[in-house]
Design a binder for this molecule. Structure first.
Ligand code: ZN
Ligand code: ZN
Length: 88
C-alpha cells in the first residue's frame, strides 16, 4: 500500500482505548451494554484500541484501518469516511 493513502485513512477516524466497566457488586450486568465491532462482530475487550468514524460508529482500530484501506466509507451506515477534507 502507499504511505500517502495510509495517512489519509488514519485521518478519518479518532481513536480511544476501550475500558470495560465492571460493576462492583457483579450482578448489575443488565446495565452493561455489550459493544461489538461492526466489522469482525467481536466484543471489545478491555484496553483495546477503538477507532471512531466521524459518523460516530466505532470499530476495532485494526479492523477499521484495514477496511478503510479498501473502502472509503462506514461499514454500517455507508457514510463517506472522508466528508470534509478541506476543513484543515
Ligand atoms: Zn473488529
Ligand atoms: Zn457510520
Amino acid at each position: 500500500m502507499e504511505e500517502e493513502q495510509l495517512e489519509n485513512v488514519l485521518r478519518n477516524y479518532k481513536t480511544r482505548t476501550h475500558h470495560v466497566v465492571v460493576p462492583e457488586d457483579g450482578v448489575n450486568s443488565s446495565t452493561n451494554k455489550e459493544e461489538v465491532c461492526g466489522i469482525c462482530l467481536a466484543k471489545y475487550e478491555n484496553k483495546e484500541s477503538i477507532g471512531k468514524l466521524w459518523c460516530e460508529h466505532e470499530y476495532h482500530e485494526c479492523c477499521i484501518k484495514e477496511w478503510l484501506l479498501r473502502k472509503q466509507d462506514c461499514p454500517i451506515c455507508r457514510a463517506s469516511a472522508s466528508p470534509f477534507t478541506s476543513a484543515n
